[in-house]
Design a protein around this ligand. Structure first.
Ligand SMILES: [Zn+2]
Length: 158
């Protein structure tokens, strides 16, 4: 008999700055303390686990650490354009042009750095990592909360 079980890790946080463009305009640069919750669905393995909590937490922490205390910028936005110039990243937006030190910026393969897109990106990365190491995992869900009342939820089959 097979059973579908899920395990969940939470309390993984990172702080980052961003702005989102929409409808020809762009938000002010601002930050969030993001909270990440990951649920992994699958079958219980011979050791009695879907996945070791510690291993899952370590992977999620590693992914989030890449963004912690950085300015997150999209590379597929129609309105936010980034250009590398020496040690600076120049960012053209409908509201004006920013210039950030390259070391403080993370450019992410998303349309916009919305909670939805960031959650989808994290889910995709986790899916890639976990699907190559585990054959009992069937689905991954990532919840990315940018405030106590606003969160994006993305699920992917493995
Ligand atoms: Zn925001």
């Amino acid at each position: 008999m097979t059973s579908q079980v899920s395990v969940e890790v939470s309390g993984i946080d990172f702080a980052a700055a961003h702005f989102v463009s929409e409808g020809g305009t762009c938000e002010q640069l601002h930050g969030h303390n993001y909270h990440v919750t990951v649920t992994v669905y699958g079958e219980i393995d011979p050791q009695g686990m879907v996945i070791d909590f510690r291993k899952l937490k370590r992977r999620v922490r590693q992914l989030c650490k890449q963004w912690d205390h950085f300015i997150l910028l999209p590379n597929q936005s129609k309105l936010i354009k980034t250009t590398q110039k020496a040690q600076q990243v120049e960012v053209q937006t409908p509201n004006g042009t920013y210039s950030f030190p390259t070391k403080d910026v993370r450019i992410i393969n998303v349309v916009e750095t919305t909670a939805e897109e960031l959650a989808r990106f994290l889910c995709l990365k986790l899916k890639d990592e976990l699907s190559s190491d585990f054959d009992n995992i069937t689905q991954i869900q990532v919840i990315l909360a940018e405030s106590a009342t606003s969160r994006a939820i993305v699920s992917m089959s493995v």
